[in-house]
Write a new protein. Sequence first.
Length: 135
Amino acid sequence: MDCVFCKIIAGQIPCDKVYENGAVLAFLDIAPISRGHVLVVPKLHFQDLAATPAETVSAMMDALQVIAPAVLRVTHAPAFNVGINNGAAAGQIVMHTHFHLIPRIDGDGLQSWPHQRYGPEESAGLAKDIAAALR
Ligand code: AMP
């Protein structure tokens, strides 16, 4: 399969590994948003979050919780963002599901996403539609 993360997991491409267990590999992002930016990747290939079994997502989150304090200790960052680019329109480039762990420090200049406002009644209708779609 032509997947860069599968190749890293198979040892065919090098990575700066920080953590590994039976289900998950974590390594430094090659083009970090901040110093210590880590990718948490399941060892099995799933295209996106929807395709990833719950136990694998759980293993990814468990690994993230183990890794995050170590990243903060080493980078001296007091905080971090966890991100998932899920689907091409959301910026997913590597179609092998993964979490981004991005250390943050005050004044690091990284912008948060811009917020919008709902029109009158718009949010109530939208929430109702989403709740109905869950039934
Ligand atoms: P995404 O946009 O969520 O698919 O992010 C994919 C991430 O993988 C990007 O931040 C890339 O910098 C990173 N990446 C791509 N190739 C490699 C590689 N060989 N080693 C480490 N990180 C990589």
